[in-house]
Write a protein that binds this ligand. Structure first.
Ligand code: CA
Ligand code: ZN
Length: 297
């Protein structure tokens, strides 16, 4: 098993970054991650002078078998989080930015499965904010897109599987921005930001071509799309799922449109990043076609 330290991080998803490790399809890796502030609230004296990275993602992990046009399947086997997290507010940022008079942050304890925020005890639900592959245009780790990235999808939890389009040979997976817990939308511009580590398995699915990321959590698939607005993102996610139902599910386009009114549930991942991200949820029982059979292997 590989063990990747969070010192190997990137701030852009690019195949120009030297790989932190070269893995094989099927390998298991333990990946340490800094929080989205580059751990700047917990720096040692020695580190004081070093610039803190913004939204660092550990990696990239090159996967030898991955070629452009494949899909990278990432099984999230375990998420370990630190015993303290940071919650931040920034004037003008997020859906609540107009209420923020002064930038502020709080370091909060994460104990016995709960985040303690003042008098509130909030159950943890550890998730990965940033996970993605390299893009030809060298996308910042702050921006989500077809490669994944800063999707802030609360369903990327322990036990979930993330399917990512491979846009560059080798894949160049990188991940970070763990949250002890985050509600859908991330409306105040911050989850309970936490450093930690993720145990994961990477598998290359040859000739399975995805337009956008897909997440599987429990019995549900989430078709993820990001765009300048939530409206556009909703349209992209909906069209992708409708196309799968017509291409592999034996439905006509009209049948897929009508069915998705009843079985496709739209939700918000985040409404605060440079591109907004939505998820279209569908129960696995509706997707028994070839694409997802290949993915579930
Ligand atoms: Ca994030
Ligand atoms: Zn975050």
């Amino acid at each position: 098993m590989y063990h990747l330290s969070s010192h190997h991080f990137v701030t852009a998803m690019s195949a120009e970054n030297p790989p932190a490790v070269a893995a094989e399809s099927g390998d298991v890796l333990l990946v340490e991650t800094m929080d989205c502030f580059g751990n700047r609230f917990y720096r040692t004296e020695q580190q004081e002078g070093e610039p803190a990275a913004d939204n660092p993602a550990t990696g990239p992990i090159l996967i030898r078998q991955a070629e452009r046009g494949d899909t990278l399947k990432v099984d999230i086997l375990k998420i370990n989080i630190a015993s303290q997290a940071v919650i931040e507010q920034i004037a003008g940022k997020g859906c609540l930015g107009k209420l923020v008079e002064e930038d502020a942050f709080k370091i909060v304890p994460v104990e016995q499965g709960h985040v303690r925020l003042g008098d509130l005890d909030i159950a943890v639900r550890p998730m990965i904010g940033v996970i993605g592959t390299a893009t030809p245009e060298c996308t910042s780790t702050l921006t989500p897109g077809a490669h994944g990235g800063n999707m802030d999808c609360s369903n990327i939890t322990e036990g979930a599987t993330v399917y990512l389009p491979v846009l560059e040979d080798g894949g160049y997976l990188a991940l970070g921005d763990l949250h002890a817990v985050m509600a859908d939308g991330e409306i105040g511009y911050s989850g309970a930001e936490v450093c930690g580590s993720v145990l994961l398995r990477v598998t290359v699915l040859k000739h399975v071509c995805l337009q956008y990321p897909v997440v599987k959590e429990g019995a549900y698939y989430y078709f993820i799309a990001s765009a300048d607005s939530l409206d556009e993102a909703a349209e992209k996610a909906s069209i992708q799922l409708a196309e799968y139902l017509t291409e592999y599910g034996g439905m006509t386009s009209s049948e897929a449109v009508m069915a998705l009114n009843l079985i496709g549930s739209l939700g918000i991942c985040q409404a605060v990043n440079p591109q907004k991200t939505v998820k279209l949820q569908i129960h696995e029982s509706w997707l028994k076609h070839r694409f997802l059979v290949a993915c579930s292997v």
